[in-house]
Design a protein around this ligand. Structure first.
Ligand code: PMP
Length: 362
């Protein structure tokens, strides 16, 4: 896109860069290209801006939203809420977000700053109980005049936003970057790795790639240990009941927008919090990218798959393009203990000793 004046912040949703993770690839002995789709550079700070914008615009087209009257109510792990609150601030709709307690204070603060009301719900409530973020949203919607739930778990505009924007952006970046002797490229997206919450991201991008670009692309879904989204479901048995801190991915039910067709999502990898947060530290230190926790899950899932029997050939082939979706940024998690640990308790750099010496000499 050539630079131009945008009408409002919704014009700065998406259009995110695909960035080489060369140092991470090298440290893991990979010959393939490891490429990060960096979604925190979207206006609201996450991949979910795209679906918020798409769901609001579709509801407007259908005449379901009335400025000054409609109250958009949505259960979310936060990022869809931030996208909705941004869109609704611009367009003049009120917003209520129901948010499980485990989600960060930073998300609640961003939501409130954008003018949304936030209702916290117990993290442990089962998705179909009246106390869950979904149950509370439904209760509010029944009671509030002009309340509307756009429902990211069922709304077709969730996967479609990724089929129409995220996927094509990835394809265009790969296709339009020429292969060179120092940076060879197959010219296609060979592997896509993405975590799943609602599953809209991985489902929609997969459809874009497989329908329009490379039907043989291998799509790897990433699911945290303790969640039940991975398929076949036996993959989830070993870690049943595990609690996970990472936000935005994993669920205790299968959302309608998550494709169960193995033709869309070829394989699944389970990841732990420790693996995710270690990967976040590496992406920050080696690549300078301030990503959030689920980006670490996606990267660690990608590295695990590349080290597996199924992925080894891809890992060892020069020019093969492995795209990892990095959904949000560290802005959402600055006060979380896992982040403070990797930031504040990290190994001191060699300069720490020099600084101590200089300051002592004073
Ligand atoms: N990571 C983060 C931080 C998220 O907020 C979400 C959205 N829940 C995801 C990953 C997963 O995206 P999706 O809902 O499209 O599966």
């Amino acid at each position: 896109m050539s630079p131009q004046i945008l009408d409002n912040a919704l014009g700065a949703v998406g259009h995110t860069p695909l960035i080489r993770l060369d140092k991470v690839a090298k440290r893991n002995g990979l010959k393939c290209n490891l490429l990060g789709k960096v979604e925190y550079l979207s206006a609201g700070g996450s991949v979910k801006d795209r679906i918020a914008k798409a769901m609001v615009e579709a509801a407007e087209k259908e005449g379901k939203l009335i400025p000054g009257k409609s109250v958009v109510i949505e259960p979310t792990s936060g990022n869809t809420g931030i996208g909705l609150a941004m869109a609704c601030a611009i367009k003049g709709y009120s917003v209520i977000i129901t948010l499980p307690n485990k989600m960060s204070l930073e998300k609640e603060a961003a939501l409130r700053a954008l003018g949304a009301e936030v209702v916290r719900t117990p993290t442990e409530a089962a998705w179909d109980s009246p106390e869950s973020h979904i149950g509370v949203a439904q209760k509010l919607q029944k009671a509030i005049p002009n309340g509307i739930i756009l429902d990211q778990y069922k709304n077709i505009n969730n996967p479609l936003a990724h089929e129409y924007t995220t996927g094509p952006e990835i394809i265009e970046a790969v296709v339009s970057t020429p292969s060179t002797s120092s940076k060879p490229s197959s010219g296609k997206v060979d592997v896509l790795v993405a975590g799943a919450g609602t599953g809209g991201t991985v489902t929609g991008i997969s459809r874009a790639i497989k329908k329009t670009h490379n039907k043989d692309c291998i799509v790897v879904g990433v699911d945290p240990k303790g969640s039940i989204l991975a398929y076949p479901s036996e993959l989830n048995n070993a870690d049943e009941g595990t609690q996970y801190v990472v936000e935005g991915i994993g669920y205790d039910f299968i959302p309608a927008v998550l494709s169960r067709d193995p033709a869309d999502i070829d394989t699944w990898i389970k990841t732990s919090d420790d693996e995710a947060f270690a990967a976040v530290q590496v992406i920050m230190r080696e690549e300078g990218l301030l990503v959030g926790g689920s980006s670490g899950s996606a990267l660690s899932g990608a590295l695990k798959w590349l080290a597996s029997d199924a992925g080894r050939k891809v890992a060892e082939t020069e020019g093969t393009n492995v795209v990892v979706l990095l959904p949000d940024g560290i802005r959402n998690y600055m006060s979380k203990p896992w982040f403070l640990k990797i930031a504040m308790e990290a190994e001191p750099t060699p300069l720490a000793g020099v600084i101590a010496q200089v300051l002592q000499k004073k």
